[in-house]
Design a protein around this ligand. Structure first.
Ligand code: HEC
Ligand code: HEC
Ligand code: HEC
Length: 132
């Protein structure tokens, strides 16, 4: 019948070969922090996730210009729900855990956005609501 001595190693090599993209990506992804998904259960971001991963800083600058220079607080619609453009009004509305989402990634890449010098984090906003 079959020669076990060559079939088993052959199978192992075949399986490794076929699943290569899965475990190879797994190894790569494993070295990056996994940002927490919005606790509110939202499934989509304001732009495709790949775009957001690479360009969220530019998008934030664009939005700030929209709001401040052009006085254009346009609404973005995600999954049928409107959000007014803004760091707190849109981004942090979904990504309400700044520590586990934004900070997690930024600590890993050693970026320290200075935005929070002025903008309230969801935690700060919540504590203001309680005391006022
Ligand atoms: C020196 C204080 C200061 C810093 C630092 C700062 N901002 Fe702002 N930002 C403001 C003020 C004031 C407004 C106007 C708020 C308004 O009109 O609602 C604003 C508005 C914005 C808006 C549009 C409106 C809104 O509610 O979000 C965006 C987006 C924004 N900033 C993003 C950023 C980002 C991203 C950073 C960090 C890279 C940052 N800002 C740093 C003061 C600051
Ligand atoms: C309607 C809710 C919602 C809003 C508003 C929103 N996001 Fe997201 N964001 C998500 C969801 C859900 C994901 C994950 C999408 C996925 O995995 O396909 C995501 C993904 C991301 C990612 C990529 C994370 C990763 O896994 O690599 C970044 C960065 C990001 N958002 C930043 C922002 C910023 C900055 C803003 C404001 C300009 C914003 N988001 C506004 C819901 C939102
Ligand atoms: C998937 C990882 C990831 C997540 C999640 C993420 N960021 Fe970032 N962010 C980065 C990286 C990487 C950079 C640096 C990019 C560069 O230098 O080109 C950056 C840079 C920035 C900058 C520009 C800072 C500077 O000094 O240039 C801002 C502003 C910013 N992020 C805001 C946010 C906010 C707000 C959130 C949460 C809503 C967030 N980011 C979530 C990875 C992430």
């Amino acid at each position: 019948m079959y020669n076990k001595g060559t079939i088993i190693p052959g199978l192992i090599i075949f399986v490794l070969f076929v699943t290569f993209p899965i475990w190879f990506n797994g190894l790569k992804a494993g070295t990056l922090p996994k940002p927490e998904l919005p606790p509110g259960g939202e499934k989509k971001c304001v732009m495709p996730v790949e775009y957001m991963r690479a360009n969220h800083m530019q998008l934030l600058n664009e939005w700030r210009d929209n709001v401040l220079r052009d006085d254009n607080r346009t609404v973005v619609t995600v999954e049928g729900k409107p959000y007014r453009k803004g760091l707190q009004m849109a981004c942090m509305n979904c990504h309400s855990n700044k520590e586990k989402f934004c900070d997690n990634c930024h600590a890993y890449t050693a970026v320290k956005p200075y935005c929070w010098d002025c903008h309230l984090t969801p935690k700060e906003a919540a504590s203001k609501e309680v005391t006022h």
